[in-house]
Every structure is written in structure tokens, then in C-alpha cells.
Design a protein around this ligand. Structure first.
Ligand code: HEC
Ligand code: HEC
Length: 209
């Protein structure tokens, strides 16, 4: 092959791969993407499964930040099964979205109403959890962990099993968060023992309005 033909082949190859890429991206409409997300996260992002977080009402900033962590493999993602769709995990879900679609989804879910989960809790433990929360967490997680404007997720009324799993990942270092938050969590556990995490979970579960 002479030099010109090699260049032609390379150019043609590039054009083909770009056009097939565009075709693949165009196949997923916004409605299809929402359907796929809701197949795990529930209608309008309000999850019905305790190990899957509700994503309705979370801030665009937190949404985009955490989707980027999933995409880069920096945040652990667990494989999930659901009806009518193949098994997948959050890294795969985040990776196949275009940047523009991710932004559209962030804006859509931020506008959905977060419905606090009705779940069991022990009032006595919730009271202890509230004390820990005020001392160690409230500075950043505003309004008892209910605020979305703090860009740190929604904790109050979030699913208990999800919060338990994610706090375990944060404590073990599997899921990386800001250094200051990690320090507060470590200090709480050192002072009040691992059962303090359980008390916090009861406090979050006790907020049902
Ligand atoms: C197969 C199930 C499944 C699908 C489909 C799915 N998710 Fe998830 N998502 C999860 C699980 C489970 C978690 C919790 C982290 C983990 O264990 O992977 C999660 C976590 C998240 C979080 C972090 C929430 C938080 O409070 O930190 C966001 C944001 C999110 N998903 C958005 C999406 C979007 C947007 C889509 C659609 C493009 C989507 N998810 C599709 C299962 C799924
Ligand atoms: C210095 C500010 C700060 C403090 C103090 C703090 N956090 Fe956070 N927290 C954050 C930020 C910011 C995030 C978002 C993740 C990230 O980028 O660090 C977060 C994320 C979280 C998440 C994950 C939310 C989700 O939807 O997955 C949980 C759970 C959490 N924090 C619990 C706590 C608890 C419990 C305490 C008190 C022991 C605490 N945080 C103290 C700033 C803080």
C-alpha cells in the first residue's frame, strides 16, 4: 500500500468509527434513558428497594459528581438484576451515557420530588443518632440531612440498607469522600464505637416527612 492509500484507509476508518459512535449514541432517547434508570431507582427516581437509593430531588452538582466517580471506577458499583432488562451496574450505566444526556438526567431528577421512605426505626436509637448527627455531621449535611442544597446527597428519609452499605464503604475507604468528612466519621467511631453508625441510621430512618 502506498503512503496515500494508507492515509485514505486511516481517514476512512476514522470516519466510519465516528459515524457508528454517533449512531450508537442517537439510539438512546432521553425517555429510554429515564426508563432504564427508573427500572432500578423506581418511578421518577423514588426507589422501592431498600438497597437502591432514591435519586429524586438530589442536587445536579452531587448527581454529576457522583456519576463521574462511577464512570471512572472511583466509586464501587454493585451488579443488579431487574425485570425486563439485562443485569448491569452503575459504572456501566454512567459509562454509556453521553455528557449531554448525563446533564439532562441530572436536571430531570433534581426536579422530581424526594419521597421520604416509610421504614422501621427504634425511637431510642434515633435519639442517640440525632445527638451524634448534631455534633459530627450537621455542619455539612444541613437541615438534619434533608437538604439537597448542601450538595452532599440526601440522608434523611433515604433507604436504610443503602445508607448502611454506603457508610460501610466510606468507613473502609472503598468509597472515597472528602477528607474532612472521613475524619469526623473516624472520630465518632473512635469515641462512641461502631454502634454509633447504627444510631445514625435510625435517626435518618426516623425522618419520614
Ligand atoms: C441495575 C440497577 C441500576 C440501574 C439501571 C441504574 N442504577 Fe443508579 N444505582 C444503583 C445502585 C445499586 C446504586 C448504589 C451504588 C451501588 O451499589 O452500585 C446506584 C446509585 C446511583 C446514584 C448515586 C445516588 C447517591 O445518593 O449517591 C445515582 C446518582 C444514580 N445511581 C443514577 C442513575 C442513573 C441516572 C441511571 C440511569 C442512567 C441509573 N442510576 C441506573 C442501581 C442502578
Ligand atoms: C466537612 C463536611 C462533611 C461532614 C462533616 C460530613 N459529611 Fe457526609 N458528605 C459530605 C460531602 C461533600 C458528601 C458528598 C460526597 C463527597 O464528595 O465527599 C458527603 C456524603 C455523605 C454520604 C453519602 C450520601 C449518598 O447519597 O450516598 C453519607 C452517607 C454521609 N455523607 C454521611 C455523613 C455522616 C453520617 C456524617 C457525620 C458523622 C457526615 N457525613 C459528615 C460532607 C460532609
Amino acid at each position: 500500500m502506498n503512503k496515500n492509500n494508507i492515509i485514505k484507509t486511516i481517514v476512512l476508518g476514522t470516519v466510519l468509527s465516528i459515524s457508528s459512535l454517533v449512531a450508537a449514541e442517537m439510539e438512546v432517547t432521553f425517555e429510554d434513558a429515564v426508563k432504564e434508570c427508573d427500572s432500578c431507582h423506581g418511578k421518577n427516581g423514588n426507589s422501592e428497594a431498600s438497597h437502591i437509593p432514591t435519586i429524586a430531588g438530589i442536587s445536579e452538582y452531587y448527581f454529576l459528581d457522583t456519576m463521574s466517580s462511577f464512570k471512572k471506577g472511583e466509586r464501587p458499583a454493585s451488579t443488579q438484576s431487574r425485570d425486563g432488562f439485562p443485569d448491569t451496574d452503575m459504572q456501566e450505566c454512567a459509562d454509556k451515557l453521553t455528557e449531554d444526556m448525563t446533564k439532562q438526567l441530572a436536571s430531570y431528577y433534581a426536579k422530581q420530588a424526594f419521597i421520604p421512605v416509610i421504614q422501621e426505626f427504634t425511637p431510642e436509637l434515633a435519639k442517640t443518632g440525632k445527638k451524634h448527627f448534631k455534633k459530627y455531621c450537621e455542619k455539612c449535611h444541613e437541615d438534619s440531612g434533608r437538604s439537597k442544597d448542601d450538595d452532599a446527597g440526601i440522608l434523611a428519609g433515604q433507604h436504610g440498607q443503602y445508607l448502611k452499605d454506603t457508610l460501610e464503604q466510606i468507613v473502609s475507604g472503598e468509597r472515597e469522600v472528602g477528607k474532612k468528612m472521613k475524619k469526623k466519621l473516624d472520630r465518632l467511631i473512635k469515641k462512641s464505637g461502631p454502634e454509633s453508625i447504627d444510631a445514625l441510621l435510625h435517626f435518618f430512618a426516623s425522618q419520614q416527612k
